[in-house]
Design a protein around this ligand. Structure first.
Ligand SMILES: [Zn+2]
Ligand SMILES: [Zn+2]
Length: 265
């Protein structure tokens, strides 16, 4: 029996078979995706709590938050149930002790150590599909809108010595900026792809304007100078040009984006 073709469908070039990782039913990208989905399940559930106002200062339930609170709580339970049931399957099949409780904080780390074992079974496509679904639903309910900005930059990932041919899209979700490749499905650091990014994560004025445009904020040289002047973003002068600290720019843009969404809500 050879297990050398990934069993998942691939967005780009679906007819081209992808080499699976040795002994697994998944390619490198899908194995990483599975790992990430499991690892991030508790964080996605926390997003739901935030959306529902638990500890977020929106919890008195008198201003129309009830519907989303219900949906969030129900889905949180559903997520925990899904992960617990995959844990049960693994524990029974392997004859090992299951996690000590059904909470995501216990099941996710436990399941993470068995990801490759799962990926060596043909049913792993069901698992990956289900985890994608519950994660996508969680994001929808938490309503942290994602903006996708195709960059047209070639993916920097190398597999087996060859550079991936995919193009990268930047996904901006609140203050979380990631790069996603159309081919390898890899979620990556956004920084290397942002044009005009300098070593040490400093960007020039043009870089700030590009980032602002990506989240729908129109900025100009003057506006960027103003932001710096009003200490919204950190900057310095390297003698040739003004440079701005990427982290402070991302944080400020996320804030502006959140403000705007509150106003339009
Ligand atoms: Zn694959
Ligand atoms: Zn790629």
């Amino acid at each position: 029996m050879t297990l050398d073709i990934c069993v998942m469908t691939h967005a780009k070039d679906p007819d081209r078979p992808r080499q699976a990782v040795d002994g697994l039913y998944l390619c490198h990208g899908h194995r990483e995706q599975l790992r990430r989905l499991v690892a991030e399940m508790p964080a996605r559930a926390d997003d739901l709590d935030r959306a529902a106002g638990v500890g977020g200062g929106r919890g008195d339930g008198t201003h129309g938050g009830i519907a989303i609170d219900d949906a969030a709580a129900t889905h949180r339970q559903h997520m925990a149930g899904v992960l617990a049931s995959w844990c049960r399957l693994v524990a029974e099949d392997r004859g090992i002790t299951p996690p000590t409780g059904p909470e995501l904080s216990r099941t996710a780390p436990w399941l993470l150590t068995h990801v490759d074992w799962c990926a060596a079974h043909r049913w792993v496509d069901e698992m990956l599909t289900e985890l994608r679904q519950v994660t996508g639903q969680a994001m929808g309910i938490a309503d942290i809108p994602a903006r996708r900005v195709p960059l047209g930059e070639q993916c920097l990932t190398h597999t087996g010595g060859e550079r991936c041919e995919g193009e990268v899209t930047i996904v901006v979700r609140g203050d979380d900026w990631t790069a996603v490749c159309t081919v390898c499905d890899e979620k990556q650091e956004a920084t290397p792809y942002l044009r005009a990014v300098q070593a040490g994560r400093w960007i020039n004025t043009e870089g700030v304007i590009t980032l602002a445009r990506m989240v729908g904020i129109a900025a100009s040289n003057d506006v960027v100078r103003q932001w710096h002047h009003r200490r919204r973003i950190k900057g310095r002068d390297d003698g040739r040009q003004k440079l701005y600290e990427l982290g402070s720019v991302q944080a400020y843009l996320a804030l502006r984006q959140a403000e705007r969404e509150r106003m339009s809500a």
